[in-house]
Ligand binder design. Sequence first.
Ligand code: PMP
Length: 374
Amino acid sequence: MSGPEQELQQLSDSGLLRTLRPLDSPSGPQVTRDGLPLWNFASNDYLGLANDPRLVAAFQEGLSLYGAGSAASRLITGTLPPHEHFEQQLAAAKLSEAALLFASGFATAIGVIPALVGKDDHVIVDKLSHASLIDGARLSGATLRVFPHNDVRRLGELLEKIRSKSTGRILILTESVFSMDGDLCPLSEIVELKDRFGAVLLLDEAHGFGILGPTGMGLAEELGLQDRIDFHMGTLSKAAGLSGAYIACSASWRDLLINRARSFIYSTAPPPALAHAASASLEIIQSGAELRNRLQENIRLLDTDAITPIIPKILGENEQVLAASTHLEEAGFLVPAIRYPTVPRGTARLRVSLSAAHPASAVSSLSEALHQLP
Ligand code: PMP
């Protein structure tokens, strides 16, 4: 058997090799790498909370109160007061009966989806959905159908066809704000369709949570549809500035997930201090209209057509986008080159992500640098 070198060479030859490049500084709007200061337009810290003193203090307080680790899975002895407190607080914010905390968004998707559907069921997923949703769907053993991005007509056709042949569960998976395009899903139409055909919807608000809606609960809140979503998924790793993730749903679905979601059952509970900090983050988000306004100002400053802090510049070829990213880094801006398989082949792009913490002057300088790209 040959080693990994040949595969690595193939990745490198096609411009697809990825390597780890650590920062020297904490995360924030400005970071340093290899000793050089860089404006950070690469992270998902949309509200600038990852290094917010209030959140750092809450984490420290959680450590003092509850120690460093949870020492067991949630079903054994890993459930502590901050886990339950956060879940109740989040459920109330989402207008859901209940919520469940997971270690990450990826763990949520691959635990929850197989708990909801199995081999006699169907999953219908938007083509541009995150890898975790696709992997969860594959793991479930349900029949997987994919609809073209945001194509509700095709989604309706698939629902009709499946429903005419099957009485099993049909689960629709999509994102509220698409992670690599920054566009929104047509949520109202999707909700109508799922109700019409007796399907259920899992909406991944990874990039909507903290950003959209009067209290930052996401696209469903913005559209007044919170009570029509069966499963609200979100992560605490982006606007919330931490890590961990959640599902908000009915109390009985939560009970079932506790019994069936393998990534929940067989994994150590997130540190209680993290859950404690998550409650503080949620409070900041709920009263964070000013942060959201600041973010919107930065969005408008960079691109008047953009509606979310994720602003892609699609260049096409891998080499082209790698060169552009390197060029920007030399000019003092960190903007990642996103390539296949994260995005479809031929759509390699720069992915700019904005934060409320970016000073307007940095956003303006980035705008100039983008316009001057060769
Ligand atoms: N869903 C989407 C849309 C994401 O962008 C991500 C993170 N890249 C995840 C889920 C996974 O979340 P986490 O980072 O908490 O594992």
